[in-house]
Design a protein around this ligand. Structure first.
Ligand code: FAD
Length: 549
């Protein structure tokens, strides 16, 4: 078996790339080490659909956030992914901060975003009456919205799989050998034959530097930056209608307060450099700093119940911009730090362009139109199955509530287990339905929901997942010739290759367990990549102002 393209990493970026490529006559495989898609940083973010107004103008990030943002707005609507058009208010709390507002508005315009406008202190309080005292003025950014972050990766992966891409979950890439024709043999665990491919894309997030080294790269190091967040109970939701942003400082973009599409309020994130790429624990210090900031922004928040706390890790590097570039048949997609949810579809489109420039023919599939899957709607603002009388009459399972905090029915849980990419555990079921995500933190519904994941259900989910593998195109066997020689490559420096020039310079909130979530009430409260290759242009080494984004 030889694939046209292997994509390493099934976060929002890797799944978006798989979806993009699945629209062409290509045999693609998505390799993800976890047992589900979207379980890395993609499940633990702030879930804001950015405009990119505050990006650094002229960077790849600025361009791809703007493009991705436009694409994701349309995609979410077609896929039925919950979005709330909240808009954002950027609030200045001091005269000095008020003095920087014109420059921020100018930056937005330089990024191609013209919707930003000044608001007086009076208008701020009209729009957000619960705002703390002392606001001196601000900016309104009407197109900063909030989105359901979990359904995005799942929708991309579902569309890719339905279009014929193969999804191999529980498959970690551990080494790379180069084939004689420029393709690759990827060693994977657990065991099994290497995955052969003509082109490879590294979208491994926090491990993208390690994977890059397997391909001979050494141009960057991931420096994880932790962001802790607090989720407030739904009773806090009436306190605000927009995302409330601070004026960024030289040190950080700062702590925001935002509604979530699930009907909660989010406070965070912090920004702390950590050494451990798996350290998603929350801390007493981080959470108390957040609560202090939250009380300043919205004093009434201090009286509200906390439902959960969690932390995510931004895949920051020593470079300020995204690290996206093609090297022969290998494309590196790294340093997608704090805007990857928004930019995902823009990144995917850009990567397809890089692959095409590198020699991969992109011929649209017969029939042309992409079939966007309709995802279960998980938002609080729209209608959910328990509210639909006709649907309940046709199928009483949609009237049988299993999770009362989030009003999730047995019908929805059943559907999730029978979906194209079924969950294998409670966390996966939670992300697909909202079950166990409410104020009781599964205290009341945990047993009911767990019972749905009994041996028979897990066996059926396993069979559905096995079918994902069986769907892999046997005809692809050896089209490229299994006779190709694999050359040991890992750990070696590649010979000089011309850099492939791309179209431009190649330069959730996850209130859930498993990412440092705490349950219960109030909670703790460049370089030359290879010998002979020119050093990468490093547009701007990260400045302090980039921290915390
Ligand atoms: C606190 C915080 C707040 C954020 N807020 C926002 C926001 O409001 N809006 C926004 O647009 N963005 C936001 N982001 C950024 C966004 O979440 C990320 O940019 C995005 O999720 C990155 O996606 P990814 O696919 O690159 O990485 P990941 O989601 O981490 O996916 C990488 C995947 O690769 C897999 N993998 C790793 N190594 C291997 C291997 N060897 N073999 C196979 N698979 C492998 C991992 O298991 C993982 O699933 C935020 C991030 C954080 C941390």
């Amino acid at each position: 078996m030889s694939w046209d393209v292997a994509i390493i990493g099934g976060g929002v970026v890797g799944t978006a790339i798989a979806r993009e490529l699945a629209g062409y006559q290509l045999r693609c495989v998505l390799l993800e080490s976890a047992d589900d898609v979207g379980t890395g940083t993609s499940k633990a973010n702030t879930a804001i659909l950015h405009t990119g107004f505050d990006a650094t103008p002229g960077t790849l990030e600025s361009r791809l956030v703007a493009r991705g943002s436009a694409l994701l707005r349309g995609y979410a609507e077609r896929a039925g992914i919950a979005v709330e058009r909240t808009g954002a208010l950027l609030v200045a709390w001091t005269a000095e901060q008020a003095g920087s507002l014109d420059a921020i508005a100018g930056k937005a315009r330089a990024n191609g975003y013209a919707g930003i406008r000044s608001v007086s202190a009076g208008e701020l309080y009209e729009r957000e009456p619960a705002l703390g005292p002392g606001a001196a003025g601000g900016l309104r950014v009407p197109d900063e919205w909030v989105i359901d972050p979990w359904s995005v990766s799942l929708a991309f992966a579902t569309e890719a799989v339905r279009a014929g891409a193969a999804l191999r979950l529980g498959t970690r890439v551990t080494g790379v050998s180069r084939l004689a024709d420029g393709g690759f043999a990827l060693a994977v665990t657990p065991g099994g034959a290497p995955v052969r491919c003509r082109f490879a894309v590294n979208a491994a997030g926090l491990a993208s530097d390690e994977v890059d080294r397997m391909f001979g790269g050494d141009g960057f190091t991931i420096k994880p930056r932790k962001g802790e967040l607090i989720v407030f109970d739904k009773l806090a939701r009436p306190l605000l209608s927009s995302i409330i942003l601070p004026v960024p400082t030289a040190r950080t973009k700062g702590v925001l307060v935002a509604p979530t599409v699930f009907g909660n309020v989010l406070l965070g994130p912090t920004a702390e450099d950590v050494a451990d790429r798996t350290d998603t624990a929350t801390s007493a210090a981080g959470l108390s700093a957040l609560l202090a900031a939250g009380r300043r922004i919205l004093p009434a928040l201090g009286q509200e119940e906390v439902t959960a706390a969690y932390a995510g890790l931004r895949a920051a590097t020593e470079h300020a911009d995204y690290q996206v570039a093609a090297y022969g048949h290998y494309v590196r997609v790294a340093g997608i730090r704090s805007t990857g949810l928004t930019a995902s579809l823009g990144i995917a489109e850009h990567v397809a362009g890089l692959l095409e420039t590198a020699g991969l023919p992109l011929r649209p599939r017969a029939g042309g139109e992409r079939a966007v899957p309709r995802m279960p709607y998980l938002g609080e603002a729209g209608r959910r199955p328990y509210q639909e009388a006709e649907r309940i009459a046709a199928d009483p399972a949609y009237g049988d509530i299993a999770c009362h905090c989030e009003q999730v029915t047995r019908g929805e849980l059943r559907d999730a287990l029978a979906s194209d990419i079924p969950p294998t555990g409670l966390d996966g079921l939670r992300r697909r339905t909202r079950a166990m995500n409410g104020r009781c933190q599964a205290f009341y519904c945990g047993a009911t929901v767990s019972a749905l994941l009994g041996p028979a259900e897990l066996a059926e989910a396993g069979r559905r997942r096995a079918r994902l593998r069986q769907a892999e195109p046997r005809a692809a066997e050896s089209r490229e010739g299994n006779s190709r020689k694999a050359e040991p490559w890992a750990g070696e420096r590649r010979a000089a290759e011309p850099r492939v020039a791309g179209p431009a310079r190649e330069a959730g909130a996850d209130p859930e367990a498993g990412t440092g979530r705490r349950r219960g009430p109030a909670q703790e409260a460049g370089s030359a990549r290879n010998a002979g290759r020119a050093p990468e242009p490093d547009p701007a080494h990260e400045t302090e102002a980039d921290r915390g984004r």
